[in-house]
Design a protein around this ligand. Structure first.
Ligand code: NDP
Length: 293
């Protein structure tokens, strides 16, 4: 079994990006600028956004954090989005999800200018991705493909079973891996809560991608010997041995599954850091007008 060290890969890529940013600064006199809107005080969201801001500093980006109260109206949030859409100094921005119940996430996603949608959630980017056109790839699937690439894990002709069909992870990674491209050409099965005989399907998988949100869902008897397992899940569970009284685990029963795998990602330190990397790469591409000249 080989551990896929997402944290180390993200560090390597960040150091390379830092070099690119310094050259970009010499050429243009500015640095790429990522903004983030955080609504409310959800501890997980605050931690994710904090990480993104820290990563911006690491690579030399400018970052702006806009924190809004959880009682904000949809109209007020849209005003903030419009300001960022119109601000020529901002290359890309994200609205951290989830949002409070009074705010419709779909209309928020649609309100973001797709040319600044560095999370890759806007339907224009999603549609362009599906058709193989230049676009901002959704950050987590982008991060997963970078990881597979870095570890020379072949996807062509492989059977991939993705479990979970969200718009931000499961569905886009299934599209990306089945496209006729490098890190594509796989035969993909997209499974979800209505899938029948999931275990039988998973046992046929050369690569499993778990994006479910249920701790330890993928068990040892669901994984073929030698399979590659990518665990996207981030779940907080109680643990008396940790000082916080809780810890983060994935959707895979790591301790039991790992011995059967050729490669496996840990949680934390697997896909998570690569999601941030995907976001940084998209922002850099936006600053360079690489996707939308
Ligand atoms: P969602 O929570 O939106 O959806 C979960 C998916 O799992 C749904 O498609 C659901 O099926 C499916 N599912 C639920 N129960 C079962 C079951 N018993 N059998 C098969 N499928 C099932 O997914 P997200 O993609 O938003 O998040 C998934 C996990 O990934 C979470 O833990 C989240 O925290 C984490 N995450 C991690 C990121 C990272 O950077 N590492 C980034 C984004 C998310 P159905 O559609 O039928 O309801």
């Amino acid at each position: 079994m080989k551990l896929i060290d997402g944290k180390a890969v993200a560090e390597e890529l960040k150091n390379a990006l830092k070099q690119d940013v310094s050259e970009y600064k010499q050429k243009t006199g500015r640095v790429p600028h990522l903004a983030a809107i955080l609504v409310g005080d959800n501890p997980a969201s605050m931690a994710y956004v904090g990480n993104k801001v820290k990563s911006c500093e690491h690579v030399g980006f400018k970052s702006t954090l806009i924190s809004l109260g959880s009682d904000i109206t949809e109209e007020q949030l849209h005003e903030e989005i419009t300001k960022l859409n119109q601000n020529p100094d901002v290359d890309g921005f994200i609205v951290q999800l989830p949002l409070p119940p009074q705010i419709n996430e779909v209309t928020v996603t649609l309100a973001i200018d797709y040319r600044k949608d560095v999370d890759g959630f806007h339907p224009v980017n999603f549609g362009r991705m599906a058709q193989g056109l230049p676009c901002f790839l959704p950050a987590t699937p982008y991060g997963i493909t970078m990881l597979l690439d870095r570890y020379n894990i072949e996807t062509a002709g492989k059977h991939v079973v993705v479990v979970g069909r969200s718009n931000i992870v499961g569905t886009p990674i299934s599209i990306l891996l089945s496209r006729k491209t490098k890190m594509g050409d796989a035969t993909v099965t997209l499974a979800h809560s209505r899938t029948k005989e999931l275990q039988k399907l998973l046992l046929q998988a050369d690569i499993i991608i778990a994006a479910i949100g249920i701790p330890g869902f993928i068990q040892e008897d669901m994984v073929k010997q030698g399979a590659v397992v990518i665990d996207v899940g981030i779940n907080r569970v109680e643990d008396d041995h940790h000082e916080k009284g809780s810890k983060l685990v994935g959707d895979v029963d790591f301790e039991h599954v790992k011995e059967k795998c050729s490669f496996i990602t840990p949680v934390p330190g697997g896909v998570g850091p690569m999601t941030v990397m995907g976001l940084l790469m998209n922002t850099y591409k936006s600053a360079n007008k690489e996707i939308y000249p």
